[in-house]
Design a protein. Structure first.
Length: 187
């Protein structure tokens, strides 16, 4: 009987010890912000998202930069979008396979995302990822960006994105933090 009691006491102390052992914390959700910015507006929002979500960040840069002259860039963007041209990029960026959520940022060019963003999306397998578009604009909001992102990221879960007025980027901090809170990504 004493032996049985000793075994029972030993098992009980092992069980108590196991319950007292802290469980490892769930791994942090890895977030990546990928963006193309021509005037700096999209870059401004991307950095606010990076800060609010504790995300990694990657700026898409085409091999041949876009002109700085407004009319020239408008004409080039219109031609590229009309022909389906995908400009080559300087870098493919970080491997998206290690990220759970990927923000995709672009200016609204003729009602959609800019061609360098299209190149990025069509160059990566984003299946199984949560994609969150964000657009900067001068009045055209999201345009058809959401549908185009969905087409270019098959197998990804593309959640409703957010449009930001280009001339209000500096004042968007509280809106961005609120959005990160809604997405459960506020750090």
């Amino acid at each position: 009987m004493k032996r049985l009691f000793a075994i029972f006491a030993m098992l009980l102390s092992i069980q108590i010890g196991l319950e007292a052992t802290p469980k490892p914390a769930a791994p942090a959700k890895k977030v990546l912000v990928v963006f193309f910015s021509h005037t700096g507006n999209t870059r401004g929002i991307a950095r606010q998202i990076q800060e609010a979500a504790g995300a990694d960040i990657f700026e898409i840069q085409p091999v041949a930069p876009y002109p700085t002259n407004y009319k020239a860039v408008v004409d080039q963007a219109k031609r590229e979008l009309g022909s389906g041209y995908r400009p080559p990029l300087k870098s493919a960026g970080p491997d998206p396979s290690s990220y759970e959520t990927i923000f995709i940022g672009s200016p609204n060019w003729w009602g959609t995302i800019a061609p360098p963003v299209m190149t990025y999306l069509s160059s990566h397998n984003l299946s199984g990822k949560r994609i969150v578009p964000f657009i900067t604009h001068g009045g055209s909001r999201m345009g058809k960006s959401m549908g185009d992102v969905r087409k270019l990221a098959p197998g990804a879960t593309v959640v409703d994105g957010r449009a930001f007025w280009g001339n209000s980027v500096q004042e968007a901090g509280s809106e961005v933090r609120g959005w990160m809170r809604e997405l459960q990504l506020l750090k």
